[in-house]
Design a binder for this molecule. Structure first.
Ligand code: SF4
Ligand code: SF4
Length: 221
């Protein structure tokens, strides 16, 4: 009864014996990872405005940000001084991070990026807390964004910038000549037919002045 199973197992062994080995030869040979691999999070410090969105959205609370405000003097006479946030500390604790990518999705200024780099294991768990200098260093391994699909729709930002501005007549916002691409046609106001016009309401008759009551005669007593 057991022979068929044994024969079947031997057949599988014999079949796989002749196949080429697919064992990854890491670390002698680096694996070819897909460009969207989630290895480590890189920080582009120049883009960070300290809006704190990433820290607030992180489900693990493993992003630590410190900042202070800096006053920028007015550039024109009579102008107002401006204030901006200066990043003092940006750190991610990769011993807590679960690589969900929410912080990268939430960042409105493209300051966080995935790097496929994964060789940052540490002996001490505390060393997995990457400060901003180390996070910035990972930017070198961030792959460039993939090329846009030629047949894809025009990005909303470019479409908005090409849109003609209101009130510029036949010339488009991008300097499009009259009749050229982006030019606006003049708006025609057609008079409505008489039947479609609403009848003017007849004037209301003037109401008569209310009669003043007769003055009562003075009391004789
Ligand atoms: S990948 Fe997820 S868990 Fe890790 S820092 Fe970003 S939001 Fe937090
Ligand atoms: S969401 Fe982006 S810009 Fe805002 S604090 Fe985080 S990294 Fe900086």
């Amino acid at each position: 009864m057991r022979m068929p199973g044994l024969v079947k197992g031997l057949a599988v062994t014999l079949g796989t014996m002749g196949r080429r080995s697919v064992t990854q030869q890491y670390p002698d040979v680096k694996p070819e990872l897909p460009p969207r691999s989630r290895g480590v999070i890189a920080l582009l410090e120049e883009n960070c405005t300290v809006c704190m969105l990433c820290a607030r959205e992180c489900p693990d609370w493993c992003i630590y940000i410190d900042s202070h405000k800096e006053t920028i003097p007015a550039t024109t006479e009579g102008g107002r001084d401006r204030q901006r946030n200066v990043l003092d500390r940006f750190a991610i604790d990769f011993s807590l991070c679960m690589y969900c990518g929410i912080c990268i999705e939430a960042c409105p200024f493209d300051a966080l990026h995935w790097s496929p780099q994964f060789e940052y294991a540490e002996v001490d768990l505390l060393d997995l807390l990457h400060e901003k200098d180390r996070l910035g260093g990972w930017m070198a391994s961030v792959p460039p964004p993939p090329a846009l699909d030629e047949k894809s729709a025009e990005p909303a930002e470019i479409a908005a910038s090409n849109k003609p501005t209101r009130g510029t007549g036949l010339v488009g916002a991008g300097g499009a000549a009259a009749g050229g691409p982006g030019a606006r046609m003049p708006r025609t106001v057609r008079p409505r037919p008489a039947a479609a016009r609403p009848e003017p309401e007849p004037p209301e008759p003037e109401s008569p002045e209310p009669e003043s009551p007769e003055p009562e005669p003075p009391d004789a007593t």
